[in-house]
Design a protein around this ligand. Structure first.
Ligand code: PMP
Length: 644
């Protein structure tokens, strides 16, 4: 790109701006994607700073000083919100920001250091045992601007990346940016991913610093065994869980929405995918693509091995007793329908009873209701209390000798309630009933051990576990699966076919008729590798902290009604905001780059039980940070200021 000069021999302001933006667009989301040298257009706090510096340095056609701006655009508060002071400015923001945002943060706020319970200050490493330390947020820092000419700005910026104009040398932002630049693939080089020859991905992954595909190898894997907690895994040391670092493994989290960094709070609907999953699927199509199990050629062997390796990963992830207990399905919905049709339809008779809970997703209601209507079964419902918690004593009253099945969710997608799954299973079994657990919302947040929980079936969807869509798993006890009628019929699931008689395979092939979703099953295996490396317990612990943090701040906003206040919750914060429709709240959040779901969440019975038709539902995952929560909370405060 050539740079024109103006009358003073200085570069043209538009060219400068374009040149800078070309670079910024290659950086991760925490850096501005665009700067505008017109101060009133610079919204990203860093962009504001950059524009300010450039204009100061070169005085490029704009003699008016940039007015001091609040980098987060905080407005003075209405009088009713005690604790809000004057509008913070760049100069005083680091000391006022947190308290201004959270007037009730109170006890945890140290005005000297700016450290608050909001966790927006300090270090990169969050110490879960000490929630007063949080994530580094250089937006809130007030680095002095070095005085540079535009020449030195661009030559240094573009040639050696040694020095940037908007922070002092060695400032944290400078260090961050250097680190980011070092990993930016500006040449769009092809990734070196070779699961079969054992070459690792080099520095292509922030978190997975070893070959993420190693489990697929036929020979003993170099990373079999538990590497969690070892120093090779950069993002976790001890109890430190570095969500900022983890976030960088998810390319989509570098997207901007309405010019703002994307905050993905729609994890209960679907999760984002780490680079290792994306690469694994691409690798399959580049090097392994074949149908499985039915050929002598090399690619069929590669594809079959990779597919079966993925099944092994699901088995290990759920701690199932055998790979024969893992059936690949499209997702939780298909898993439940499979059980309803192949077990329910053939084993239940009129007068039999099925119990579900009031918390269920439609996927765990509709198949049973249809079956009940078709066969004259009775569908009974475990009630919940006003917090959205299962009433175990009421459940006990529903159980009787006619109860043939209890089907319930381990985590409610609408409220976040974690149900006492082990207890529910035990009680059902003691009544002689079979049990299906809907694990769609649990497997990504907590250890799900089928031998410990002891359900007869458990289902989950890959796309809610950082894997691809169109793939999931049904766990079933092996003997039970082998007694069940096939679900669909065709190729792959038969041992022998004549026109007189058909012999079926045993599970799992019995239930995998036709060509399955091979590539995405393998992608799911890669997602499980990723989650396993982070450590599901560490994930649960971190998310618990984040949920508590968000809940506390959300409750402080006048007019917020939290829906679902169970003691034991995971990921989900459902709420209404007085004065706004849920869609309006969703749209306002979207303007700030925050993705939340609004609606009935395919769980109408439980929302109606809580007295509402719809909610706004942010849902968290391990790559979300307190800074993401802060953006979300701040937007709600802004809404409250307009209408209350
Ligand atoms: N159960 C629960 C609790 C869910 O949250 C969902 C998805 N929202 C499902 C079942 C259905 O999952 P899928 O659409 O992936 O089949």
């Amino acid at each position: 790109m050539s740079t024109n000069t103006n009358n003073n021999g200085l570069p043209n302001i538009d060219d400068l701006q374009n040149l800078a933006n070309e670079l910024f667009r290659t950086l991760p989301n925490e850096f501005p994607k665009e700067i505008s040298l017109s101060p009133d257009k610079s919204e990203h706090p860093r962009a504001t700073k950059i524009a300010e510096t450039i204009l100061q340095a070169g005085n490029l056609g704009n003699t008016a000083p940039i007015p001091a701006q609040d980098p987060l655009n905080i407005q003075p508060n209405p009088n009713s919100f005690s604790g809000f002071g004057a509008t913070p400015t760049i100069a005083n923001y680091s000391n006022t920001g947190a308290s201004a945002l959270y007037p009730n943060a109170g006890a945890g706020f140290d005005p000297q250091s700016g450290v608050t319970t909001s966790g927006v200050q300090e270090d990169y490493n969050l110490n879960i045992n000490n929630p007063h330390t949080g994530f580094h947020d250089s937006n809130l820092k007030n680095g002095a601007s070095p005085q540079l000419t535009e020449d030195s700005f661009f030559s240094q910026l573009l040639l050696n990346n040694q020095y940037l104009p908007f922070q002092t040398e060695n400032s944290s932002f400078e260090i961050e940016l250097q680190a980011a630049l070092a990993t930016v693939d500006t040449q769009f080089k092809k990734r070196d991913i070779s699961p079969l020859n054992g070459n690792g991905p080099g520095n292509n992954y922030y978190f997975l610093d070893q070959n993420p595909f190693a489990f697929d190898k036929k020979s003993p894997s170099p990373i079999v065994g538990n590497t969690f907690g070892s120093k090779e895994i950069g993002a976790i040391t001890g109890t430190n869980f570095n969500a900022e670092l983890i976030k960088k493994d998810f390319p989509i989290l570098r997207e901007t929405v309405n010019g703002k960094p994307l905050v993905w709070f729609d994890n209960a609907a679907t999760t984002q995918k780490p680079q290792s999953v994306i690469d694994r699927i691409a690798y399959f199509y580049e090097h392994e693509n074949s149908n499985i199990h039915r050929a002598a050629h090399e690619l069929a062997a590669r594809a079959s091995d990779a597919y079966e390796a993925a099944r092994e990963k699901v088995k290990t992830f759920l701690n199932a007793g055998s790979v024969n207990e893992i059936v690949f399905v499209r997702g939780a919905t298909e898993g439940i329908n499979l059980v309803a049709q192949s077990w329910g339809d053939h084993n239940l008779v009129a007068g039999d009873e099925i119990i579900v809970s009031n918390l269920e997703h439609h996927a765990n209601i509709v198949p049973w209701k249809r079956l009940a209507d078709k066969k004259g079964l009775k569908l009974r419902v475990i009630p919940v209390d006003d917090d959205g918690q299962i009433l175990l004593d009421e459940y006990a009253k529903l159980l009787n000798p006619k109860t043939r099945l209890v089907a319930f969710t381990q985590v409610s997608n609408a409220l976040g309630t974690v149900t006492p799954a082990k207890k529910i299973v035990e009680m059902a079994h003691s009544a002689g009933a079979k049990v299906l657990i809907d694990g769609a919302q649990s497997v990504s947040h907590m250890k799900v051990d089928v031998q410990d929980l002891n359900p007869d079936w458990l289902v989950f969807s890959g796309h809610k576990l950082f894997g691809p869509t169109g793939i999931g798993a049904l766990y079933g006890k092996e003997d039970l699966l082998n007694e069940m009628e096939p679900y669909q019929a065709g190729g792959n699931m038969i041992q022998d076919v004549t026109f007189e008689e058909i012999k079926y395979h045993k599970a799992p092939n019995r239930f995998e008729a036709g060509t399955g979703n091979i590539a995405d099953a393998i992608g799911l295996g890669a997602a499980i590798d990723y989650v396993t490396k982070l450590g599901i317990e560490a994930i649960g612990q971190y998310e618990h902290y984040l949920l508590e943090y968000a809940t506390k701040l959300l409750k402080e906003i006048p007019g917020v009604r939290l829906i679902g206040t169970a003691k034991d919750k995971a990921s989900v914060l459902s709420f209404n905001l007085q004065g706004y429709s849920n869609d309006q709240v969703g749209q306002a959040l979207n303007k700030e780059g925050v993705a939340v779901r609004t609606g009935h969440h395919c769980a109408q019975p439980i929302l109606r039980r809580m007295g509402v038709e719809t909610t706004v539902r942010p849902s968290l995952a391990f790559y979300n940070t307190t800074q993401d929560v802060d953006t979300f909370i701040k937007t709600l405060w802004e809404l409250k200021k307009v209408r209350f």
